[in-house]
Design a protein around this ligand. Structure first.
Ligand SMILES: O=C(O)CCC(=O)C(=O)O
Ligand SMILES: [Fe+2]
Length: 369
C-alpha cells in the first residue's frame, strides 16, 4: 500500500501517543497467548433443507453457542467462497485508491459519510481505531445504478456494485436464518422481528486495518455491536480479532473458510441476557494490513424491542424495558457526545435510573456500529 492511499492516521493522532506508545499493544500481545477455538457449527444439514434429528441438533448447537459464547463460527454457510474472494479483491482495489479520492469522491453512489477513518472523538490512544471503513447501506436493487450506457458508471464500478449486492443478499439470508433459529430456540415469535429487518435497514461494512509499525493503538476499539447479529468475514491468516470472555481477552484463531457470527445488543436485550453481546476488538498488526467484512442485521428505527417474558419460575419481569431501535441509537449518540463512549444496554435496564442520574454508569464499549 503506498503512502498516498493510507489515511494520515499518525499525523492526525500523534498527540494521543504519550511517552510509552507501545504499552497498549504489549498488553494486547499478551492476549495472543490465550487463543480460543470458537465453536464451529456445520450448517450443511440446514442448507439441505432436511428437517430431522440432525437439523434439530444443529439448531441446539447454535442456541448453546450464542448463550455460552455470544460468538461462533459457521461452515457450509451458503455464502459462496468465490463471491467472498471477489469481494476481497474489490475491497483491496477500492482501499488502494488515493486517500484524497476516498475522502472527496464517494464510492459508487453512496453518501460521502460512508467512508470513515480513525476516531474523530478520541481523546486518548485507547479510544483510537487504527482503521478505515466503508459503511454501505443495502439499497433496494431497483435504485442501484446498473446503466451500461451511462458514461459516469465504469465497468469496475458495476462489478463492485454487483459483488457487494450479491454478498449482502447472501449474508442477509444467513443472518435472518440464524436470528430466526435463535428466536424460536427460546420459543419466541420471529415474524415481527424478521419483518423489521429489510434491505434498507441492514448494512455492510468493509474494514481495512493498516499495519501500525511499532504498535500502539487498536485496529478497532473494544465494542459491542448494536444490532441483532453480525456476520463477519475476517481475513484468513492475519488474525487480530479478540473477544472478552470471563474478564480475559482471547484471540480468535482464524479458521479457513469459516464465517464468524456474533450476537448484538438487540438479541441480548430481547433474550433477557440469555444470548450474549460480547465485547470484541481488533489488534493492529505491526507489519501486515488486514481486511474484514461485516454484515449487520438491523431493524428499522421504529421497531420496538420488547424483551421476551421469562417462562421459568414466577419471574415474569424482564431485565430490560421495551425500547425502539431509534431510541437505542440516539441514546448511544448522546452518551458518545457526553462521555466519548457508548454505554449501551445498561441504560435500558428495567430499573435503571434516568440518564441524567447515571453519569457514573461504567461505559461498556466504544460506539462503532
Ligand atoms: O474486523 C474484525 O474482525 C471485526 C470487525 C467488527 O467488529 C465490526 O466491524 O464491528
Ligand atoms: Fe463489531
Amino acid at each position: 500500500m503506498d503512502d498516498e492511499s493510507n489515511p494520515p492516521l499518525m499525523d492526525t493522532y500523534k498527540h494521543l501517543f504519550g511517552s510509552n506508545p507501545h504499552s497498549l499493544l504489549e498488553a494486547a500481545a499478551r492476549a495472543d497467548d490465550d487463543e480460543c477455538d470458537l465453536p464451529v457449527i456445520d450448517l450443511a444439514v440446514l442448507e439441505q433443507g432436511v428437517d430431522g434429528a440432525a437439523a434439530e441438533l444443529c439448531r441446539a448447537e447454535i442456541v448453546r453457542a450464542a448463550s455460552e459464547w455470544g460468538f461462533f463460527q459457521v461452515i457450509n454457510h451458503g455464502v459462496p467462497q468465490a463471491l467472498l474472494d471477489s469481494l476481497h479483491d474489490e475491497q483491496v482495489r477500492v482501499f488502494r485508491r488515493p486517500f484524497q479520492r476516498k475522502v472527496g469522491q464517494p464510492l459508487l453512489d453512496f453518501s460521502p459519510e460512508s467512508y470513515r477513518w480513525g476516531s474523530p472523538n478520541a481523546t486518548s490512544v485507547e479510544q483510537l481505531s487504527w482503521s478505515e471503513a466503508y459503511h454501505i447501506p443495502m439499497t433496494p436493487p431497483s435504485t442501484a445504478k446498473h446503466d451500461d450506457q451511462d458514461p459516469t458508471v465504469d465497468e469496475d464500478d458495476n462489478h463492485t456494485r454487483y459483488v457487494i449486492e450479491e454478498v449482502s443478499t447472501a449474508m442477509s439470508q444467513l443472518a435472518q436464518q440464524l436470528a430466526s433459529i435463535l428466536i424460536r430456540g427460546l420459543h419466541g415469535d420471529d415474524d415481527e422481528i424478521m419483518m423489521s429487518c429489510t434491505r434498507s435497514t441492514c448494512f455492510l461494512r468493509l474494514n481495512r486495518y493498516p499495519p501500525c509499525r511499532g504498535g500502539g493503538p487498536f485496529g478497532l476499539c473494544p465494542h459491542t455491536d448494536s444490532d441483532f447479529l453480525t456476520i463477519l468475514r475476517p481475513q484468513d491468516g492475519v488474525g487480530g480479532l479478540q473477544l472478552l470472555k470471563a474478564a480475559r481477552w482471547l484471540t480468535v484463531k482464524p479458521s479457513l473458510g469459516a464465517l464468524v457470527v456474533n450476537i448484538g445488543d438487540l438479541l441480548q436485550a430481547w433474550s433477557n441476557d440469555v444470548y450474549k453481546s460480547v465485547e470484541h476488538r481488533v489488534v493492529a498488526h505491526a507489519a501486515r494490513e488486514r481486511f474484514s467484512v461485516a454484515f449487520f442485521l438491523c431493524p428499522s428505527y421504529d421497531t420496538v424491542i420488547r424483551p421476551r417474558r421469562r417462562p421459568e419460575g414466577n419471574q415474569i419481569d424482564s431485565v430490560y424495558r421495551s425500547f425502539t431501535f431509534g431510541e437505542y441509537r440516539s441514546q448511544i449518540r448522546e452518551d458518545v457526545r457526553l462521555t466519548g463512549r457508548k454505554i449501551g444496554l445498561p441504560r435500558f435496564h428495567r430499573h435503571a435510573p434516568s440518564p441524567a442520574a447515571t453519569r457514573e454508569l461504567q461505559p461498556r464499549a466504544y460506539e462503532t456500529s
